[in-house]
Design a protein around this ligand. Structure first.
Ligand SMILES: [Mg+2]
Length: 424
């Protein structure tokens, strides 16, 4: 099948990368470490273990991630080593992601300290994208922690946005519009590019490609040959700011999952998290203009076997319809495991996605002439209010108590609106 590949005009993705993430979290929770050279090390470290993160103060001495501690201490005798606390980093990860989502839906959490967001409509204008990036950065510092800095890149593909996020550290903000390419990339080394590791760099060298300029000048087919797979061609297109055709890059599903802290593991608490994850996925679904024809759910209990369920239905954007499906799964799970079995992780995913305008009519569902049901129209209107005025503003009518941000200590568990309550 031949498909047309079109260059993307404008800025389509925002990529966020926390700076010196683990070390910054340690500095955040322990102000004694602020301004000091800090290296985070695996538990039970000896001088032979490696730093898994270094604060900016440590980096100034030449300390790098992956460096052995005895070497790092030679460069920086005052280096403070801290045992890694992964639970803490995961907790901060959630807080950061939740704050990002006060400004923009997250397209994908790419690692513990990275996320990408898709820009749409006016958000793609450089001044608006810059404003959003600034708001996210300020929001993280104000609401999550003043020690947390991030670098943000904005560009036409995820790859370019990620590269842009690396161009300025710490606390960077770089827009990389397609018309400026490859200019700012030329100062990088091949190995600096995400997806090019040591062995790919060797392949490239062997093929006579020794700089970004060489790489840029390749034809897509040559990239395919060097990579030895279609991945090379994909990389070339992403680097040149081309979005691959819809059919290939179209999201197959929208999913969210969460590891639960011990406090959130009793099923009645875990249920609230699962519902909040589903509501979050539904916001993304509507934003993309898609309807979901299937919902998957899985829960990993502490002792019982994993519970997995999946169901199809007439494609919808209506959060209440989706919540009802989830509730059925939930009751089924409780029947199997009992209502006291603690849950370590819950996941939900929406799939069988169809663009809303391509959805066929359903005799059993009343829709308006534009093909949207009343419930869907209501949720879309709520999404707009939340986007315009912030989540808190419309809380009582919509998602009060279900924003994941407050699933920590603050949530009032009885405040998740049920359908009945909402319709009243
Ligand atoms: Mg980082």
């Amino acid at each position: 099948m031949r498909t047309e590949i079109r260059p993307v005009s404008g800025l389509r993705y925002l990529f966020l990368d926390l700076n010196s993430y683990f070390a910054s979290v340690e500095q955040q929770v322990n102000p004694r470490l602020l301004g000091k050279p800090v290296a985070v090390v695996p538990i039970a470290n000896t001088d032979a273990t490696c730093a898994i993160a270094a604060s900016y103060e440590a980096k100034a001495f030449g300390v790098k991630t992956g460096m052995r501690i005895y070497e790092a201490k030679k460069l920086c005798p005052g280096l403070i080593t801290i045992d890694a606390r992964h639970d803490l980093y995961v907790e901060y990860h959630h807080r950061i992601m939740d704050e990002v989502q006060n400004h923009l839906p997250i397209e994908k959490e790419r690692s513990i300290d990275e996320a990408s967001c898709r820009l749409m409509g006016d958000e793609c204008k450089p001044e608006n994208a810059r404003e959003l990036a600034r708001a996210i950065k300020a929001g993280i510092r104000a609401k999550v922690g003043d020690a947390l800095r991030c670098s943000v890149g904005v560009a036409s593909t995820v790859l370019l946005a990620k590269i842009a996020s690396k161009l300025q550290k710490p606390d960077g903000l770089v827009l990389l519009p397609p018309e400026e390419l490859p200019g700012p990339l030329l100062k990088l080394k091949l190995i600096d590019l995400p997806g090019i590791g040591w062995s790919m760099e060797q392949h490239l060298f062997n093929a006579g490609v020794t700089s970004i300029a060489d790489l840029w000048a390749l034809a897509p087919k040559q990239a395919r040959i060097i990579w030895g797979s279609v991945a090379g061609e994909r990389f070339w297109y992403a680097l040149h700011g081309y979005e691959l055709p819809e059919g290939e890059t179209r999201r197959g599903s929208i999913g969210h999952s969460r590891m639960l802290s011990p406090r959130m593991r009793p099923p009645e608490h875990a249920r609230i998290v699962a519902r909040a994850l589903l509501l979050k996925a539904a916001v993304r679904l509507r934003r993309y203009g898609d309807a979901a024809g299937a919902l998957g759910f899985s829960a990993r209990p502490e002792r019982a076997p994993r519970f997995v369920a999946d169901t199809t239905f007439s494609p919808t954007q209506d959060s209440f319809v989706l919540l009802e499906q989830l509730e059925k799964f939930w009751l089924e799970m409780i029947r199997e495991n009992g209502r006291h079995e603690p849950l370590k992780k819950v996941s939900i995913w929406l799939h069988h996605l169809v663009p809303i305008e391509k959805r066929s009519a359903d005799l059993f569902i009343a829709r308006r002439p534009d093909g949207v049901s009343r419930g869907e129209a209501l949720w879309t209107a709520l999404d707009k209010l939340v986007t315009r005025y912030g989540r808190g503003t419309v809380a009582p009518a919509s998602q009060h108590g279900v924003t994941l941000q407050y699933l920590g200590a603050k949530i009032a568990f009885n405040r998740v609106p049920d359908r009945v309550e909402f319709v009243e």
